[in-house]
Design a binder for this molecule. Structure first.
Ligand code: MLT
Ligand code: MN
Ligand code: ZN
Length: 305
């Protein structure tokens, strides 16, 4: 099985259209050593022809253009995207659904009942799409069992409910429910290897660490280096915790958490905000990650398992 990272950035992308933080400004001027990144999405395939798109980013059309494998060209109108799965209902994970409206048949859409609810009411994308291709909503099994993905044989997935927050537009923003945000275990039945993917991870628990310890790859929240990153730059009043993200630094931060996992596990940060110093390839923060055996995802990265 293979995962292609389509977009490794958090909401806004890198550089963000209206941002002049040192990273975004530096990338535009060519004065820092860093790569541009599109917004948060991965695609998973068993044989390389049909793919599960995980999150539909506002940049999905750019990502499809950059990924020829997503166009197998078997018919006059065709796509390698067999189904879409959503980790949450955030703008950076769902807006691309509108870009897929020319599809010739209803789009299979896998998500928790909470996310499907937000996309019917708060941000009624599924109702809008009913006037175009339509979607076939498939509520995810939340009983801790692996489930097959319709139309994608040989792949098994298991949603893992996470403590985080629903989007700012959600009526449930201030009273989060289990199901607003999830991680995903992806199992390759052929090799017995598993990947854990969680671009929005607000809090680590012993249960989650135990689950990650059973994986060969973890692809987790790399949004912020520090808890007050946005505040310190004067870009927002919100802390990392306010936004449902665990920062990398600090005694209980992501680096310290990943350090407790076996060294053989491949550890990769994804959903990186444009303010994060790890985007600079020559930064001390990036060197610290390397010293801890932690990689930073980039657009086009392939993960085979
Ligand atoms: C987040 O995960 O906090 C988002 O990237 C926010 C957004 O999409 O605006
Ligand atoms: Mn996001
Ligand atoms: Zn920026």
């Amino acid at each position: 099985m293979r995962i292609r990272v389509l977009g490794s950035s958090a909401g806004g992308g890198f550089p963000q259209w209206n941002c002049n933080c040192p990273n975004c400004d530096g990338l535009r001027r060519g004065s820092i050593s860093a790569q541009a990144r599109t917004q948060s999405s991965i695609a998973i395939t068993v044989g390389g022809t049909d793919w599960l798109l995980v999150n539909a980013s506002p940049d999905v059309l750019t990502q499809i253009r950059a990924t020829p494998e997503l166009q197998p060209a078997r018919a006059q109108r065709d796509s390698g995207i067999a189904a879409v799965l959503l980790m949450d209902a955030q703008i950076d994970h769902v807006t691309g659904l509108l870009m897929l409206r020319e599809r010739q048949s209803p789009l299979p859409l896998l998500a928790t009942p909470e996310v499907l609810g937000d996309l019917t009411e708060g941000f009624p994308i599924t109702r809008i799409l009913s006037h175009y291709c339509g979607v076939t909503p498939t509520p995810l099994r939340l009983d801790g069992e692996f489930m097959p993905v319709p139309g994608l044989p040989g792949m098994a997935i298991r949603p893992v409910l996470l403590s985080s927050k629903p989007p700012p537009y959600s009526p449930f923003r201030n009273c989060p429910r289990p199901g607003d945000n999830m991680g995903l275990l992806i199992d390759n039945p052929a090799t017995g290897q598993r990947v854990f993917y969680a671009p929005g991870l607000g809090e680590m628990t012993p249960e989650l660490l135990a689950l990650m310890a059973g994986c060969s790859v973890v692809l987790v929240d790399g949004t912020f280096w520090t808890e007050d990153e946005m505040q310190r730059l004067g870009l927002s009043k919100k802390s990392a915790a306010d936004m449902g993200h665990l920062p990398q630094s600090g005694a209980q931060g992501m680096v310290a958490q990943l350090d407790t996992l076996p060294a053989a596990i491949r550890k990769i940060l994804i959903h990186i905000n444009n303010t994060n110093p790890i985007l600079r390839e020559d930064s001390p923060e990036r060197a610290l990650l390397s010293a801890h055996g932690i990689e930073v995802a980039f657009d086009g990265m392939d993960i085979v398992f």
